[in-house]
Design a binder for this molecule. Structure first.
Ligand code: MRU
Length: 352
């Protein structure tokens, strides 16, 4: 399988801080911001300077390290240091509730805090190493997801995706767009249709940007157009990412994904979810248990600083929806493509 080299490095731990691409500035600017405190990391996750489930997991893990570095200057006893650090870790995960990767990665750091009976200095070193490891492993996991996914991409396929599950949503390479990258490396006639993804426009602002940067053909459509193009036979498959997948395969992803999955089913187009095992929450039986983030109403009422509707209108703005497992042809993971019955295939993947 040919390897695709991406130019994008969205998040990186550098010695004592995290450098990340500021995703709120796209498409006008592509610039980096250095995050040097735990509170800055909380704000970066909350305001979506960094976004995408695996990327906020990496950010969360490195945020714990930032808090540890700050607490070290207070010269606390080890027990008190750990207590305060665990409180900060719990605060960090409250920044965004839906993506399980944030909880997963912070939990990995908490395991280190809880087990360690070493000096504060060594504990911080372990947190640094682990935060970096989560960052680097994510890229390798994405490449495996990409290579498994590429096996089910037909020659010359047009792949529809929703939101951004790309390099910029991960440590690099991407999940759904990792599948695209690996498929494109073998077959340069593969192309992408990107849903705009209201209200934050991750498809228009982020997916198109990273595909253009990497030289992969992409066509931007608005969210309401997908069934039109499916009916015309212009979409061969759908691949999206996920923020949390239940034990039965129900998958939460950016609001609008469910609509795409229903349209794909109607038109007999395979709908795949690409995600690492760290996105699977085995503790929940179905998608009904997934907490859906409610976001600010201004994301709906205001576009580019201009109000688009009258004052006084009611607004609801859930950030995610849940696609029922029966609409999902396969879940592409680093351990292979999981197929229905998902209760069984997911359990088996964790035992591999
Ligand atoms: O609100 P966002 O931009 O963080 O939402 C991102 C998504 O829904 C992605 O599709 C998902 O996190 C998968 S990223 C590999």
């Amino acid at each position: 399988m040919a390897e695709f080299k991406s130019k994008i490095k969205p998040i990186e731990w550098i010695d004592t801080y995290t450098r990340m691409v500021d995703q709120t500035k796209f498409p006008d600017k592509y610039e980096y911001v250095d995050i040097k405190t735990g509170q800055e990391m909380f704000d970066a996750i909350k305001t979506m300077i960094v976004r995408g489930a695996p990327a906020i997991g990496i950010a969360g893990a490195q945020g714990v390290t930032l808090y540890a570095q700050e607490l070290a200057s207070k010269h606390l006893a080890l027990g008190e240091f750990k207590k305060q650090l665990l409180e900060k870790a719990d605060y960090l995960v409250s920044s965004r509730p839906t993506a399980v990767n944030l909880f997963w990665a912070v939990e990995k750091q908490k395991e280190i805090i809880n087990k360690s009976n070493i000096s504060i200095e060594n504990l911080i070193d372990e947190l640094k190493v682990n935060g970096k490891k989560i960052e680097l492993e994510d890229i390798e996991i994405n490449k495996k997801i990409g290579d498994y996914g590429a096996m089910v991409v037909p020659k010359g396929a047009t792949i529809l995706t929703h939101c951004n599950a790309g390099a910029l949503a991960t440590g690099g390479y991407g999940t759904a767009l990792g599948v695209v990258r690996s498929a494109f490396a073998n077959d340069p006639s593969v192309k992408v249709f990107a849903d705009e993804t209201r209200p934050r426009q991750q498809g228009a602002r982020i997916t198109t940007l990273e595909l253009v940067m990497d030289g992969i053909p992409v066509t931007l459509i608005t969210d309401g157009m997908c069934s039109y193009f499916m009916k015309k036979g212009m979409i061969d498959m759908v691949v999206v990412g996920a923020d949390r997948i239940a034990a039965n395969g129900d998958a939460a992803n950016k609001i609008g994904t469910y609509m795409v999955a229903i349209a794909a089913k109607y038109h007999n187009i395979p709908f795949y979810v690409a995600a690492p095992l760290s996105t699977i929450d085995k503790n929940i039986k179905s998608g009904d248990e997934i907490v859906i983030e409610e976001r600010s109403h201004e994301e709906v009422t205001v576009i580019n600083g201009k109000r688009i509707c009258p004052e006084g209108v009611n607004v609801i703005n859930p950030g995610f929806d849940v696609t029922p497992h029966e609409l999902i042809a396969g879940i592409i993971t680093e351990k292979g493509i999981l197929r229905p019955d998902y209760n069984k295939s997911i359990a088996e993947a964790f035992n591999m």
